[in-house]
Each structure stands twice: as C-alpha cells, then as structure tokens.
Design a protein around this ligand. Structure first.
Ligand code: CDP
Length: 232
C-alpha cells in the first residue's frame, strides 16, 4: 500500500465490543469514510418485519424487495443516519424488534450476497473503515488492516445498556446481557460468514480501554504499517 492509495480498515467483533464508536473515530482521524455494515443488515431486517416476511422461508421475496430498495448511510457532524427508501430509519433499526430478528435475517446467504455487493459499491474509489462480523474474512479479505475487537460479556452489556439509556430505551440489564450472548452465539455458529477473527487480524481486548485509547492504538498500528510499507 502506498500512502496515497485508498485503503480499507476492517473492524470486526461481537456486539458491544465498541466497533462502531471506534471505527467512526478512526475514520474521522484518517480522513476515511465510515461504513457500518450492521446498519445494512438491520435495515434489511426492518424491511422483512414491515412486509411480514419470514427470513427462513421467504428468501426470494426478501431478495426481490431488497434489490428494489435503496439503503443509504449518511455521515454528518450529528452522527450516522440510515435511510431506507428515503425515510430516516436511524432509530427504528436499533429497536428491540429489529435486534431480536437481525441474526436470523443475516444468516441467509442470498441476502448476504446482496448486502456484500452493496458494501463493495459503497467502498469503491475511497478509503474506508468498515465494521461488522465478516469484513476481514469475507467482505474485504485483502483489507490493509484487520482488527478484531473483544471485551467481556459483562462489559459489552454495560456499554450497550448505557448507550440505550442515552437514547431513552429502558431494558433490564440481565435481559440485555442474555440477548447479546444469544446473538453472539448465533452469529458465531452460523454456516455462512460466521463472526470469527481472521487469521491475520490483530486482536484487541477493550475490556479495560476506553474508545479513545482503542482508536489511538488502531491509528498507531495503521501509521506504523504505512511507514513500513513506504520504507520497504
Ligand atoms: O451494534 P451491534 O454490534 O449490536 O450489531 P450490528 O453491528 O448493528 O449488527 C447487527 C447484526 O447484523 C449482527 O448481530 C449480525 O447478525 C449482523 N451482521 C452480520 O451478519 N454481518 C455484518 N458484517 C454485520 C452485522
């Protein structure tokens, strides 16, 4: 990689490991585009719910619907906004109904192929920091830098609880922890593009680090990588 080339940084990990907060910070610091792949799967899940379709049964209608829908990710100073067919669904895709179904929708290969194609289109001709579950393994196996973030289940549930509270969502802590653990298991055990660390991904345990410390580490690793490649 030359410093002037477009680059891809893949940040994967389980729910609540801090991916989106950190990926956003790293993208801003490196002048790259932040892309939240989970937001796309959440938007597809919202489509499935609105049309009362079943992820295991209605693959063809879901894929048809998805192909005729637009999903846009807009980054601004005020945050990242997600639009489904022009409608702002930023809050709705974080609802408990969507969260409860998103893993079932995401294990469908035909749906994943369409979403992965959209992710490639969004990342064309620019530098990107993308977060998700399979970015380093499937979406961008040749990413310039791959990071796998982890943290203890209790810490991840604590962070998500705080995040939801800040948006005014009340959920019992134990129920939230169980939901996260169920989703991790589902995402890790599925046959297609499971949540797993790519062999060449750098593992960062963020249990005792805040998001600034994690983004500092990633920016440092990336700077060193760019330097090594420039001098070699
Ligand atoms: O924010 P959180 O970590 O809870 O989840 P997310 O990134 O919004 O992703 C929601 C769900 O989408 C995950 O639990 C996965 O089932 C799915 N997903 C996926 O399968 N592949 C990705 N690259 C990103 C998300």
């Amino acid at each position: 990689m030359d410093l002037h080339d477009n680059f891809v940084i893949a940040i994967d990990g389980p729910a609540g490991s801090g991916k989106s907060t950190v990926a956003k910070m790293v993208a801003a610091r490196l002048g790259a585009l932040y892309l939240d792949s989970g937001a796309l799967y959440r938007a597809v899940t919202l489509l499935v719910l609105r049309h009362k379709l079943a992820p295991g049964r209605d693959t063809d209608p879901i894929v048809e619907l998805l192909k005729s829908s637009t999903i846009e990710l807009n980054n601004s100073d005020k945050g990242t906004f997600i639009f489904l067919d022009g409608e702002d669904v930023t809050s709705e895709i974080r609802s408990q109904e969507v969260t409860a179904l998103v893993s079932e929708v995401s294990e469908n290969l035909a749906i994943r192929e369409v979403v992965t194609g959209r992710l490639h289109d969004l990342a064309q001709f620019r530098s990107v920091v993308m977060d998700g579950r399979d970015i380093g393994t499937v979406v961008f196996p040749a990413a310039d830098l791959k990071i796998f973030l982890t943290a203890s289940l209790a810490e991840r549930a604590r962070r998500r609880h705080l995040e939801l509270q800040q948006c005014g969502t009340v959920i019992e802590f134990t129920a939230l922890q169980e939901e996260i653990s169920r989703r991790d298991k589902y995402d890790s055990e599925r046959k297609v593009a499971p949540l797993k660390r790519a062999e060449d991904a750098i593992l960062l345990d963020t249990s005792n680090l805040n998001s600034i410390q994690v983004s500092d580490r990633i920016v440092d690793i990336f700077a060193k990588l760019s330097m090594d490649l420039t001098t070699n």
